[in-house]
Design a protein. Structure first.
Length: 149
């Protein structure tokens, strides 16, 4: 196994075992519910935005190791950032896992680049993308339910 593949697997397993910012967030200002009916991933994402900056974030629900790790790392990534800072990161991440990210977009992702390996397993791309689609929905303030199908 390559060093990158090993690091990818280690990070996924670590965040799956001990997800960051897992649980309810009440009160919250933004919310979305993401569902992947094919594999059963089902997560709620909560944001508390003050002065256009995410001051608190959490998620809850259940899903596979990839979807849970993606959600955990998303919460670490967006905490403290403004909505304007989050949008290009979200866009670059979604392009990364679909193999359309430019070199510049990859450079802005930091540790999120580890998810590039997901594109090797097309059925898992939706697992990694689910919480990021929920983020997209939450910051648009539609407060709905999104699905990867």
């Amino acid at each position: 196994m390559s060093r990158l593949a090993s690091l990818y697997q280690e990070m996924i397993l670590s965040h799956n075992r001990s997800p960051q910012n897992f649980g309810d967030l009440d009160p919250h200002t933004h919310h979305s519910h993401g569902v992947n009916p094919v594999c059963g991933d089902d997560f709620h994402l909560y944001l508390f935005v003050e002065d256009n900056r995410v001051s608190k974030v959490s998620f809850k629900g259940q899903g596979c190791a990839i979807s849970k790790a993606s959600a955990s790392i998303l919460t670490e990534t967006v905490l403290g950032k403004s909505i304007q800072e989050i949008i290009p990161i979200k866009d670059a991440f979604l392009k990364l896992i679909s193999d359309t990210a430019s070199t510049e977009e990859k450079a802005q992702l930091g540790k999120l680049k580890i998810f590039e390996g997901v594109k090797e397993f097309p059925v898992r791309v939706k697992c990694a993308a689910l919480i990021w689609r929920a983020l997209e929905d939450a910051i648009s303030q539609q407060h709905g339910q999104i699905s990867t199908e």
